[in-house]
Design a protein around this ligand. Structure first.
Ligand code: ADP
Ligand code: NA
Length: 313
């Protein structure tokens, strides 16, 4: 791997998407609209692809099964020029799959069968190879669709080497304070922020309060995404000064919110890794993810850098 790439360690899932007019209730069989769509997804892979399309140099570590989905998931990364040499094809487990029901207003309900993703980092040989690449990386990007033990161990290792850790706390789970204190940038949505802090997050004001609480855990930058309301970023600069930045989202017509958060994480990571000031990085991330929701599919709907810049310049 070339020096200075962003290393993503995370999940790859084949998204199986069905459009529905409403969500089914327990015991009900519902006819979906149209045929099944297969779209490469998984939070880790989505964030890696978002970064590659937005101008980042990216390497990804993960695990797929020895099945046709695994091959397609790998191809999807290679098409984006992502270094996939740290992705292992597991002997026993199936590739991760997500069953997505997409409603007409663009909202979704998702069930994930994690499969091989839950073996990421469990095998010491793969873990050692990840550590070797981590030493050369510009940043480490993590989400919570892989074993928590792997997230804890990698965060600790990165903090020891001095590589910034960008952690997206999705899907929502609480983590030990010791791990959170080693994170440089914590990115969460309103639900995840509520679960982690135990406080309600339903407005920008709530988000400001909770972000300050989370910063108290020793995290330099806390970012809370607020869906159609944009995002809030709280950070302490090198001079010790606090910055509290809110960016509203542009009004868009929503087609599919799948991977909006992943697009946001990818965009913010690329901009911060380039050394952009936090205001600029936040504006870039909010506009990139707003564009994502106007398009269908997880990876298929992720925007290119030029498109994002043209949307607000
Ligand atoms: P997640 O997808 O993780 O639930 P959010 O819903 O907060 O996270 O969305 C992440 C980002 O995507 C938001 O901060 C915003 O920039 C953008 N976004 C999401 N929904 C919309 C929307 N309806 N209109 C415009 N931007 C949106
Ligand atoms: Na998210």
């Amino acid at each position: 791997m070339a020096q200075g790439a962003i290393l993503v360690v995370g999940s790859l899932n084949m998204d199986q998407v069905v459009r529905v007019t409403r969500m089914p209730v327990v015991g009900e069989t519902l006819l979906g609209a149209g045929s099944l769509k297969l779209v490469p997804g998984g939070k880790g892979a989505n964030q890696a692809v978002a970064m590659a399309r937005l101008g980042g140099q990216v390497a990804m570590a993960g695990r797929v099964g020895r099945d046709p989905f695994g091959e397609r998931l790998l191809d999807a990364l290679e098409t984006e020029r992502i270094d996939a040499s740290l992705i292992v094809a597991d002997q026993d487990e199936a590739s991760g799959v997500a069953f997505i029901f997409l409603s007409p207003d663009g909202d979704n309900s998702i069930i994930v069968a994690a499969g091989a993703n839950m073996q990421v980092g469990e095998d010491e040989e793969q873990f050692a190879r990840i550590l070797a690449v981590l030493r050369q990386a510009s940043a480490l990007v993590l989400q919570l669709e892989i074993p928590i033990e792997t997230v804890k161990r990698l965060t600790k290792a990165a903090a020891e080497i001095g590589i910034p850790v960008i952690l997206n706390l999705a899907p929502a789970q609480s983590l030990p304070r010791a791990t959170l204190s080693e994170v440089s940038v914590l990115i969460l949505n309103e639900t995840e922020a509520s679960i982690l802090s135990g406080q309600r997050v339903e407005s920008v004001e709530d988000a400001r309060i909770v972000a300050a609480v989370l910063q108290g855990y020793g995290i330099k930058t806390v970012v809370i995404t607020l869906g159609a309301h944009g995002a809030l970023l709280v950070t302490i600069d090198d001079a010790g000064k606090m910055h509290n930045i809110y960016q509203a989202a542009p009004r868009v017509s929503v087609v599919d919110t799948t991977a909006a958060g992943d697009c946001f994480v990818g965009a913010l990571t690329v901009a911060l890794t380039e050394g952009q000031p936090p205001e600029d990085a936040l504006r870039f991330a909010v506009h990139a993810s707003a564009l994502k929701v106007t398009k269908f599919g997880a990876q298929s709907g992720l925007p290119m850098r030029e498109e994002v810049l043209a949307s607000y310049h």
